[in-house]
Design a protein around this ligand. Structure first.
Ligand code: GTQ
Ligand code: FE2
Length: 363
């Protein structure tokens, strides 16, 4: 450790001169090279009891105009930045009977996880993808999309996007379509008919897009998979946890975002771990708690939780009778593709006694 230089008027003057020329000394910045990630985003929960009345009131207070009726969840640690975690935004969107959210496209990638209502659609590049509760629907980067609700009931879903990441990469592009909706050019749920057959991929399709060509991952299939795997040990950190796959590559559904679903069986509690990359959870069913960096969040159906990078986390199903199911989005594909994915696990839940680093190069 070098001793702090003594303050002196000459040295102060030198610093002023340097700053006014838009220069900073590394000696002024060294504390920003932190020994480990120190996200500004905090762990935070929006309970459904808070989300639901506000999203429902938005239906009376705001029309669907140029923009969608989507409540963007701002992380309280990010000082008003449009972000739920450093790289991800989550939102809750409401579309009332008869409404159309006009067609647009943008470089940020989006996913929808249907919360409430049934039979409305998102149209993606001319294909209407119909929504049922628990379904995951993809909107790949730069694909045209509009939403429509021709049913007689409101529909509510969670949006997950990589808007903060794309903005920080200065790769944001956005366009409105010339009309309210893109003409339908393919049958409803065409991507599911073509690509939605587990381990059976159509040989005549030569195109392998970066984002999954399967746009609809139905809750029915997800539920069946979770049920079938119920007796397995599962992951010590995540229970029966499944990653949604790109059907042609086996990789994550999008280059920048991955989606997972996890079932915690009655009374199940997972072991704590941490890793680079942030996540947003949405509770599909059940009751339980997630402890993030020592802070306990008690959740129930509909709640949404932000988890920053490198935060120690563990989950528990606090019911002794019912399953709990968590859906989540994360930005780990970005970290992984850049060689920046690090993980530490803790042998005792939250106890932090014993640390195993996945990468020997990591301290
Ligand atoms: O539904 O297309 O929450 O473009 C944020 C940006 C939803 C959408 C959001 C979007 C959308
Ligand atoms: Fe959009």
């Amino acid at each position: 450790m070098s001793a702090e230089p003594k303050p002196s008027p000459a040295r102060d003057k030198f610093h002023e001169r340097m700053h006014s020329s838009h220069m900073y000394g590394l000696w002024e910045l060294a504390s920003q090279m932190t020994p480990n990630p120190q996200p500004k985003a905090i762990a935070y929960m929006w309970p459904w009891s808070e989300l639901e009345p506000i999203i429902k009131a938005s239906g009376e207070m705001v029309p669907v105009g140029e923009e969608r009726r989507a409540l963007q969840l701002f992380n309280p640690g990010l000082g008003g930045r449009w972000a739920t975690t450093n790289n991800l935004i989550a939102a809750v969107q409401l579309l009332l009977p008869g409404e159309v959210a006009r067609a647009h496209r943008h470089t940020p990638t989006a996913i929808r996880l249907i919360i409430e209502g049934s039979g409305a659609y998102t149209a993606v590049d001319g294909e209407r993808v119909y929504m049922e509760p628990g379904d995951l629907i993809l909107t790949p980067s730069w694909s045209w999309h509009d939403h429509g609700n021709e049913t007689d009931k409101p529909i509510i879903w969670m949006d997950g996007l990589d808007i903060p990441l794309i903005a920080s990469l200065d790769a944001m592009f956005f366009q409105f379509y010339s009309q309210a909706q893109v003409p339908t050019t393919r049958p409803a749920n065409a991507s599911k008919q073509l690509h939605g057959h587990t381990h059976l991929t159509p040989t005549w399709v030569k195109e392998k897009p970066r984002a999954s060509p399967l746009l609809l991952y139905s809750w029915q299939q997800t539920r069946e998979a979770l049920d079938t795997l119920r007796a397995q040990e599962g992951s010590p950190h995540d229970g029966i946890c499944l990653e949604y796959q790109h059907p042609q590559t086996g990789g994550p559904v999008m280059p920048t975002m991955s989606c997972k679903v996890q079932m915690l069986r009655p009374g199940e509690r997972t072991r704590a771990h941490r890793h680079t990359g942030s996540a947003v959870y949405h509770i599909v069913q059940g009751e339980g708690e997630t402890i993030i960096d020592g802070q306990r969040f008690s959740w129930n159906k509909g709640s949404i939780i932000a988890q920053p990078s490198w935060a120690v986390h563990e989950h528990a199903n606090t019911s002794t009778k019912e399953d709990a199911v968590l859906f989540s989005i994360n930005d780990t594909p970005v970290l992984e593709s850049l060689g920046l994915y690090y993980e530490e696990e803790f042998t005792e839940g939250g106890g932090r006694q014993q640390v195993t680093s996945t990468f020997s190069s990591h301290p």
